[in-house]
Design a protein. Structure first.
Length: 62
């Protein structure tokens, strides 16, 4: 009888642990989905600006 109670307690503990891990993973996934990345940092002064190169491309250049 004691071993059956022990097995039931272990199974219950495993089930509670699985449920807790599932809830934590769902919460983590929700945080990741809600996170919006910031705009890229501006170029440091002194570096060439490559936007002029990208603006002058035509279909013949590619």
């Amino acid at each position: 009888m004691g071993s059956l109670v022990l097995i039931a307690v272990i199974a219950l503990a495993i089930g509670i642990g699985m449920r807790l891990i599932h809830l934590l993973n769902a919460q983590h996934d929700a945080r990741i989905a809600a996170h919006h990345f910031s705009d890229p940092l501006p170029r440091p002064p002194g570096l060439p600006d490559d936007t002029s190169r990208r603006a002058h491309h035509t279909d013949a250049d590619r």
